[in-house]
Design a protein around this ligand. Structure first.
Ligand SMILES: *Cc1c(COP(=O)(O)O)cnc(C)c1O
Length: 393
């Protein structure tokens, strides 16, 4: 262990040397089943040949030129992304937080263009939007904000999944320009709002000329068994942010928009040195094309139903399990007690899982897992939870 890393993380005592599909291998060659995908990033699994080949070929041709020049691969990526997302224009950056920063700046500019000098964005409790100053302020979690005051202004807070309360928040302020929400919370514990929540939010935004901005950084790119989670609600956002699954591990973020929102930024209003460079664009193009050609969105839906059904059956009689929920390959098993210790216990069984919001076991397996691997995940995670709640009873 080096003393030369800032102590922002407390990593588990393992380091991986290589990966293949849904498996990772440590320095000793031990094999681990990955039910987390690097936190919803490696949807195609590790070392997917389509992504590796794109990266190898592109790295030998051209890595970076800056956005001072046209980038053909970035233009192609924008076209393909807008086609699958049914949006008009994309802006590329390098992470989720940056994608949300772009959305927040876009909303503020949209407000100013309409004569609102102090534009406000409504955000919700229990959300996670990133760690930069603006995005940690948008985040509905006091722990993430603590110690970083003074926080930027321009955000109004409402509970999640509660439209009447959100309407009340908005009524107190005439300067609302946008609502920023996750369609399903990720870090917040896989909270799935009622089916009418997003349609009602859409209608409220339409009535008031607010932008509906969806943070699909974790839910997007096939994860939930739809290309984007808002498709489950049958609505379309004005702005959507993406990152995690878009590059299969190559850092890329995107803010995509349609209609008036797509034309808010003008030359000079926003930018990124690295954003959408030829290397990352080639990787993201390979990701989108592979998801399409291998029908992985449908597969994620199918696997998600199988895993959810399997866990519900297997854990039905286990005391300490509060709720099992999920859409596609985004699953949460809520326990009645803190259970962060399960991550280490799973590691000892050569299985990678996560615990979020203190007491929710979170599973985000790659979209390419086999039925056998899904069975292993159900069996192993269920046994872990059973032993854990037993041993604590
Ligand atoms: C991970 C995540 C972010 C932040 O992404 P980074 O790449 O870590 O900056 C923002 N919003 C949601 C919903 C996320 O899951």
């Amino acid at each position: 262990m080096t003393d030369h890393l800032m102590t922002t993380y407390k990593p588990l005592p393992v380091t991986f040397a290589r990966g293949e599909g849904a498996y990772l291998f440590d320095a000793q060659g031990e094999r681990y089943l990955d039910a987390l995908s690097g936190i919803a990033v490696c949807g195609l699994g590790h070392a997917h040949p389509a992504v590796s080949e794109a990266l190898c070929a592109q790295s030998q041709r051209l890595v970076h030129t800056s956005n001072l020049y046209r980038i053909d691969l970035q233009e192609q990526l924008a076209s393909e992304l807008c086609r699958v997302a049914e949006m008009d224009r994309a802006f590329f950056c390098n992470s989720g937080a940056e994608a949300n920063e772009a959305a927040i700046k876009l909303a503020r500019l949209y407000g100013h263009q309409r004569g609102i000098d102090t534009p406000q964005i409504i955000v919700t409790a229990g959300s996670f939007h990133g760690r930069t100053l603006a995005t940690l302020t948008a985040t509905g979690n006091a722990k993430i904000q603590a110690g970083f005051e003074p926080l930027p202004q321009g955000f109004l807070r409402a509970p999640y999944g509660d439209l009447p309360a959100l309407r009340e928040t908005a009524a107190a302020n005439p300067d609302v320009v946008a609502v920023l929400v996750e369609p399903i919370t990720g870090e917040g514990g896989i909270r799935i709002p009622a089916v009418d929540y997003l349609p009602a939010l859409r209608a409220l935004c339409d009535t008031n000329n607010w932008l509906l901005m969806l943070d699909e950084i974790q839910t997007g790119v096939g994860r939930t068994g739809q290309w984007f989670a808002h498709r489950h609600a049958g609505i379309r956002p004005d702005v959507m942010t993406l990152a995690k699954g878009l590059g299969n591990g190559v850092p890329i973020g995107a803010c995509v928009a349609r209609g008036a929102a797509a034309n808010v930024f003008q030359p000079g209003t926003h930018g990124s040195t690295f954003g959408g460079n030829p290397l990352v664009a080639s990787a993201a193009l390979a990701v989108l094309r592979t998801i399409e050609s291998e029908a992985l969105v449908t597969r994620a839906a199918e696997l998600g139903r199988y895993l959810l059904g399997g866990f519900k059956e297997r854990l039905a009689a286990v005391t300490g399990v509060v709720e099992i929920r999920g859409i596609g390959l985004m699953l949460g098993i809520e326990l009645d007690r803190p259970c962060a210790a399960l991550m280490q216990r799973a590691l000892a069984r050569r299985l990678l899982i996560n615990v979020t919001a203190d007491n929710v076991v979170r599973l985000l397996p790659p979209l390419i897992i086999t039925n056998d691997q899904a069975d292993t995940i159900i069996a192993e995670v269920s046994e872990l939870i059973e032993q854990f709640t037993d041993s604590q009873a």
